[in-house]
Design a binder for this molecule. Structure first.
Ligand SMILES: NC(=O)c1ccc[n+]([C@@H]2O[C@H](COP(=O)([O-])OP(=O)(O)OC[C@H]3O[C@@H](n4cnc5c(N)ncnc54)[C@H](OP(=O)(O)O)[C@@H]3O)[C@@H](O)[C@H]2O)c1
Length: 291
């Protein structure tokens, strides 16, 4: 594995920086990028569609204003979701992994991000119509042209990975994974990715913990109040350290734009959660004892 993300274990997710969330202006985005870099978080997760195809460009303009060296950061982006919005006239949301569309998408992302290469390029979601020979062929060309350093997928199952691996190597799978959404730990996916040495990025690594007052979240909250005293931590730090304790070396993709939470997330890697505390948290969220 892992043909990159040498520096940062936590990845900064940009999905909500623009019109899909915080509506940050160029200066605010530049300040935010600088804040992440200061905290030691140097990998930035994008997708062409974020902000209805606008956030990559906003990020690129803001990054240009900073004196951060491109080789000191990593850019991840994704392609393939054709999302109807005011930038196009798609009749329906769909996926397009034709060579023509993958090339168009990478060229757009390179222009938007004002860079010569993408560190990690991902197919955003599996498509029932994907032609793996065509994908394998265009990905090797883009690697030869040094426009892509590393290739991966997002939201792919074990079978979909096997299918695509007929024609290309897969270095990463970015999946929805958190303590509140922990089925990949038991449905075989994490073990499979681990066995294949495919890097795992966890999107929405805090799950619905801060969004839903479910019985299990409330039970976990009660436990976290106790554990925070023991580890001098915060709730979000413990949720991240729970994921990072897993031996498959999970890379959480965090969505916060809050400066204090960014610093806390960066230092969550240093929390050494004891095994029993890991299982106590697991028990609380699952609402039952481990068998
Ligand atoms: N590959 C895919 O299909 C896919 C899908 C979805 C997302 N993603 C990627 O994953 C990234 C992260 O996703 P996410 O935003 O769902 O991640 P997340 O880090 O699990 O959630 C972030 C949200 O939690 C809130 N939060 C964090 N700490 C909190 C606290 N202590 N108290 C209250 N609220 C708190 C944040 O609010 P504040 O901002 O106010 O802190 C923010 O709204 C995205 O930006 C994107 O890059 C990928």
């Amino acid at each position: 594995m892992n043909k990159l993300i040498s520096k940062s274990r936590i990845i900064a997710g940009t999905m909500s920086w623009g019109s899909w969330g915080k509506n940050l202006n160029e200066n605010e985005i530049a300040d935010l990028i600088a804040k992440f870099c200061q905290a030691g978080i140097t990998a930035f997760d994008h997708a062409d569609i974020y902000g209805g195809y606008t956030t990559e460009l906003e990020f690129g303009k803001a990054f240009k204003k900073l004196s951060v060296n491109r080789s000191n950061v990593e850019f991840i982006t994704k392609c393939g979701i054709m999302y109807p919005c005011n930038k196009n006239n798609f009749e329906v949301k769909h996926y397009d992994y034709s060579a023509k569309n993958i090339r168009k998408s990478i060229e757009n992302s390179l222009n938007n991000l004002n860079t010569e290469y993408i560190d990690i390029f991902l197919l955003h979601r599996p498509s029932p119509l994907m032609q793996v020979e065509e994908i394998g062929d265009i990905i090797s060309k883009l690697k030869e042209e040094k426009k892509i350093i590393s290739f991966g997928v997002s939201n792919f199952s074990e079978n979909q990975i096997n299918l695509l691996e007929k024609t290309t190597n897969i270095d990463w799978n970015q999946i929805e994974l958190s303590i509140t959404n922990n089925s990949p730990f038991t449905n075989g996916l994490i073990d499979y990715l681990n066995q294949k040495n495919i890097g795992i990025m966890a999107w929405s690594p805090l799950g619905d913990f801060f969004k839903t007052k479910s019985k299990s979240n409330m039970a976990l909250l009660k436990l976290l109040e106790v554990l925070n005293k023991k580890y001098s931590s915060t709730n979000d730090q413990l949720l991240l350290s729970w994921l990072m304790k897993h031996p498959s070396k999970i890379f959480p993709v965090i969505g916060t734009t809050n400066y204090e939470r960014i610093s806390l997330a960066a230092s969550s890697e240093n929390i050494e959660l004891e095994i029993t505390d890991w299982f106590l948290m697991y028990e609380k969220i699952n609402g039952k004892r481990v068998p």
